[in-house]
Design a protein around this ligand. Structure first.
Ligand code: SF4
Length: 364
């Protein structure tokens, strides 16, 4: 990956694509692939600098913080190869039923103290059907919303009809987490108990209900750069509002337990490529950040990330939220959001606070 050869041509190609995105244009899949395939550290740092400019242009200095509550842990019927909570693997992950109101309120309290915009209730199960459990989920969402402390988000797996999505919307869900995980091509290597199309169908119901979509994936599962590129274009196609990028933290007992970690520059380059492809989206660095990036964590913002999952993950630990807040402060980044909402991602507006940007009126 690293090298000393500096190629002036790739530098000017990165600049040409970066300028185009800044001016409101898009890059093609082939152009994106040339970015994913950059090898020298000089080229990668060039790419990061452009991704940082794109982030600053569309997002200003705001960083969205999210946290999650494991609302139902372990014993999941699905066989996702990266997951500690699947019943297919012996991982020692905790198991419990759907969460009571108290831990959710405590998480909301903690979140609001730390400038965290949203708390997501995440359940380890295949999906949600109509019935008493859906009633209980809607109760937790209403309680969280009524507290006024954070935005109540959820990640509840596969939804099989429109009525369920509509009920979640009525209860107050604004954003639903449902990752595509990887490219359509690579997906069967991560899971065989449900399909890519099941996931797309769920996203369709949610969008129709008027719920925003938090959808991304995991890198470091053995996928190729092409798979990462195709995932980013699929996320663009479905209109994901928030794009979590997780970096595999291999869990002993799962099929991916022996996967080699991705090099740090490969991770940062991937985030930067996502920023080029998805200039207006919230690109959120989620699971696996601390363990994979170590001292390079703060560079995710230079790579174009505009959101951060803070606090502990579902089954693994993160660095303390105070450390993350200090990191943002040191970089002049601002995690405060007044209304727990989304920055505008529509064409014709940008995160810089201006009504519209002159640059966005220029075709790329
Ligand atoms: S990722 Fe979700 S659906 Fe897959 S095994 Fe884990 S909890 Fe179940």
């Amino acid at each position: 990956m690293t090298g000393t050869k500096v190629d002036a041509n790739s530098g000017s190609q990165i600049a040409r694509l970066g300028e185009r995105v800044l001016l409101g244009g898009q890059i093609s899949r082939n152009e994106a692939l040339t970015l994913f395939n950059l090898e020298s550290s000089a080229d990668i740092f060039d790419l990061l600098a452009w991704a940082n400019r794109i982030r600053e242009h569309f997002k200003g200095n705001k960083i969205h913080l999210c946290s999650i509550v494991n609302a139902k842990a372990g014993a999941c019927s699905e066989n996702c190869s990266f997951c500690a909570q699947s019943s297919f693997y012996q991982t020692g992950s905790p198991k419990y039923g759907f969460v009571d109101p108290e831990p959710v309120q405590e998480a909301a309290e903690e979140a609001s103290k730390n400038s965290v915009t949203a708390v997501g209730l995440v359940a380890a199960w295949k999906g949600l059907n109509e019935g008493p459990l859906l009633d209980e989920v809607c109760d937790r969402v209403r309680e969280l919303k009524a507290s006024g402390k954070t935005r109540p988000d959820v990640s509840l797996g596969i939804i099989k009809n429109q009525r369920i999505a509509d009920r979640l919307k009525e209860a107050g869900v604004e954003c639903y987490g449902h990752n595509l995980e990887s490219s359509r091509r690579f997906f069967p290597k991560t899971c065989t108990t449900h399909t890519y199309d099941d996931r797309l169908e769920t996203i369709g119901y949610l969008k129709k209900a008027g719920i925003k979509i938090c959808s991304g994936g995991i890198i470091g599962m053995g996928e190729t750069r092409e798979d990462r590129c195709d995932l980013a274009f699929s996320l663009k196609e479905i209109g994901a509002n928030v794009v979590p990028v997780n970096i595999l933290n291999p869990i002993p007992g799962t099929p991916f337990e022996k996967n080699d970690p991705l090099p740090v520059l490969e991770i940062l380059k991937t985030i930067a490529c996502f920023r080029f492809i998805l200039p207006r989206q919230e690109i959120m660095i989620a699971g696996g950040r601390t363990v994979n990036l170590r001292d390079a964590q703060s560079m995710i913002f230079m790579a174009g990330a505009s959101a951060l999952m803070v606090g502990n993950y579902l089954t693994t630990l993160n660095q303390p939220v105070e450390k993350d807040l200090q990191m943002l402060k040191d970089l002049g980044l601002d995690p405060s959001w007044d209304n727990h909402g989304f920055s505008d991602q529509e064409e014709g507006s940008c995160g810089s606070g201006k009504e519209s940007c002159e640059a966005e009126t220029v075709a790329g």
